[in-house]
Write a protein that binds this ligand. Sequence first.
Ligand SMILES: C[S@@+](CC[C@H](N)C(=O)[O-])C[C@H]1O[C@@H](n2cnc3c(N)ncnc32)[C@H](O)[C@@H]1O
Length: 238
Amino acid sequence: MTHSARSLLSRVEFSLPETAVDQPARDHAATAGAGGLSHVEFATPDSAEHDRWSLAHPLLFLKAWAAHPLRMGSVFPSSRSLCQRIVRVAWPTPGKCVLILGAGTGVVPQAFLEARLAPERLVVLEIDPNMAAHLRNRYPGVTVIQGDARTLPDLLPERFQGRIGSVVCCIPLVMLPEAEQRRFIDAMNAVAPGRGFVHYSYCVTSPLPARKLGLSGSRKAWTPLNIPPASVWRYSAL
Ligand SMILES: C[S@@+](CC[C@H](N)C(=O)[O-])C[C@H]1O[C@@H](n2cnc3c(N)ncnc32)[C@H](O)[C@@H]1O
């Protein structure tokens, strides 16, 4: 991409109200609220570490996509730009944990760690055994659960019960029939009652029929710097 194209894209991105950011918040814990944070500082990843994983992520993702295309929803892992927007929307209140469903290659948990969320406040769940093994290897200190998110209440370790402040659902719910969407939503609500969830999507409109599912949804951010461009949505019970 040329310099001028990149600069145009970033202007488009930051001209949207939901991404037009504001005052720095050095102490995330002190400024966090139920609706996330408008500004988070992200540490730059160590370049040797970054090189070590930069090829592993797309290859792992492509392999999983070839085996289960519907479960993956896209051919590419989420971009750094998208993950950073998810972190801002889903930042938990002080002391609470973040639960990430369908963590895939780990790019979303990585962004939370770069924003200095302590690894012990992250719980990630992934159905694919190879990806779950990769997540365990890549993110020591983060709790990794291998299993199906629809059975979440049975899978979440007891020590996290009542401590989930924020849920990020990376599973492509848009592909599923309404009854199946409801199963995921009920499972999330069972472990984080009243917290709602953050979801991302490549759709122009809401990826979920919110009202029919008893939810209210709003688009909180958008980025063109993802393949394909993506929006971050927050859903809460009506
Ligand atoms: C869109 S991909 C995740 C992407 C992640 N943001 C990344 O870039 O690596 C969706 C992930 O959800 C996982 N998944 C799909 N259905 C699931 C289920 N029922 N329970 C848990 N994980 C599931 C898939 O294996 C896949 O890793």
